[in-house]
Design a binder for this molecule. Structure first.
Ligand code: PYC
Length: 404
């Protein structure tokens, strides 16, 4: 799929993080801008972080106009990805339903639907009968403990085979000359002339990275990590307002396909879709504490099972096969931090919270444009690090699948 080449001591661009974001950035640098002297470094293996741990849901029914435009571009790139990357990413545009169990949830769904419609996004509030038609296994009876009052229905949403996305971008980038270096841990970001005591931080200029396999010089270093975004940025002297939380997920044994759409319940803290193989894939809210630990917990499994059975009592005899966890870098407004930083040549594509997989393609495309042109592209203008000091937040908490 890609070459195994020796690590060199200098590149035009070093990308830290070999997940969907880092690989997409490398791919678009090469494809859209002809910049191929690029190394993607990962301390583990490609797609072994958030890209291999998400629940593969994509959608663009966000709450702010900025968020809607941004994620909709990602959905458009997912839509043509199989052809663009010549790999079957199994994009299934099966629709996405966010259930409302309370009047206030219904109000937020209406709000989101109106914001979405103003930007031509197919998104509308539907009633319980339509919910039942779209997902017959859901219990929509008024007597349910958490009755389903309606849902935000978003037909363009769906699921994508996440590993194939990683492999597609990796292979595409490699074929255009980008180097992919796994098991290459970044130990430090090299900066000169900064205001910090060690010469790092605002006012400084990046000169390269120190890795577990030696130093590399580069005028551009891009932080495309998730889970460790603050650790990498701290190495450049750039502090990020991010707290890192685990998010747990689980998958059942495969059964005949019966759930034709993605179902999300914010109040019950669960989202579920059925893969083409027939497994149900579940995710939950982030765990309520900061940690880098990615062990699963029995509390998660118990709560998940209880909540899922409130929605679909008929699946009580299905067996869970396995559970796992990933790390989510949460920002105060649930929007990402993208683009240039106060350290010249050090860029960030971080702070994805629970939205990272959906945003991979558009982030790669836009970051590549920023690097190639030296200017911040329009789609990512709302997401600079400076917005937290300026108070220009882009509040996307209300668009989260579940209450985090
Ligand atoms: O926001 O749709 C979402 C989501 C699904 C899984 C994690 N986040």
């Amino acid at each position: 799929m890609w070459r195994d080449v020796p690590l060199r001591t200098s590149y035009d661009v070093v990308i830290v993080g070999g997940g969907v974001h880092g690989l997409a950035c490398a791919y678009y640098l090469a494809t859209n801008h002809g910049i191929t002297d690029v190394a993607v470094l990962d301390k583990g293996y490609l797609g072994g972080g958030g890209s291999g741990r998400n629940t593969a849901i994509v959608r663009s029914n966000y709450l702010t106009p900025e968020g809607v435009a941004f994620y909709d571009r990602s959905l458009a790139l997912y839509n043509t990805m199989a052809v663009d990357l010549n790999i079957n990413v199994m994009f299934s545009r099966r629709g996405h339903m966010t259930l409302a169990h309370t009047d206030s949830a219904l109000r937020t769904m209406r709000w989101r639907a109106e914001v979405n419609k103003l930007q031509d996004i197919d998104s509308d509030v539907i009633g319980p009968d339509e919910v039942k038609r779209l997902a017959p296994s859901l219990d929509v009876s008024p007597g349910a403990r958490y009755p389903i009052l309606g849902a935000l229905h978003h037909p363009p949403g769906g699921i994508v085979r996440h590993d194939a996305v990683v492999w597609g971008y990796a292979r595409g980038a490699d074929h255009r000359g980008v180097e992919l270096h796994q098991k290459t841990e970044v130990l430090d970001i090299l900066v000169e002339g900064g205001d910090g005591p060690d010469g790092k931080g605002p006012g400084g200029t990046v000169t390269g990275v120190r890795t577990s396999r030696g130093d590399i010089s580069a005028p551009i270093v891009v932080n495309c990590t998730a889970g460790w975004a603050t650790l990498i940025s701290d190495m450049a002297g750039v502090a990020l307002p991010i707290s890192t939380r685990p998010l747990q997920a689980a998958v059942t044994e495969p059964v005949k396909v019966f759930l034709p759409t993605v179902v999300v319940s914010g109040s019950l803290h669960v989202y579920v879709s059925q893969t083409d193989r027939g497994e149900l894939v579940f995710g939950a809210s982030v765990d309520p504490f900061n940690t880098y630990n990615i062990r699963g917990s029995l509390e998660f499994t118990e709560e998940l099972a209880g909540h899922v059975l409130e929605l679909m009592p008929s699946i009580s005899r299905m067996r869970l096969l396995r559970q796992w966890s990933g790390l989510c870098d949460m920002t105060p407004d649930y929007s990402p931090i993208m683009g240039f930083t106060p350290v010249d040549g050090f860029l960030c594509d971080v702070g994805w919270g629970t939205y990272g997989f959906k945003a991979g393609p558009v982030s790669g495309e836009q970051m590549a444009e920023a690097i190639a042109t030296g200017r911040t592209p329009k789609l990512i203008e709302p997401f600079p690090l400076s917005r937290f000091a300026a108070g220009d937040l882009v509040g996307e908490k209300g668009a989260a699948a579940v209450g985090h």
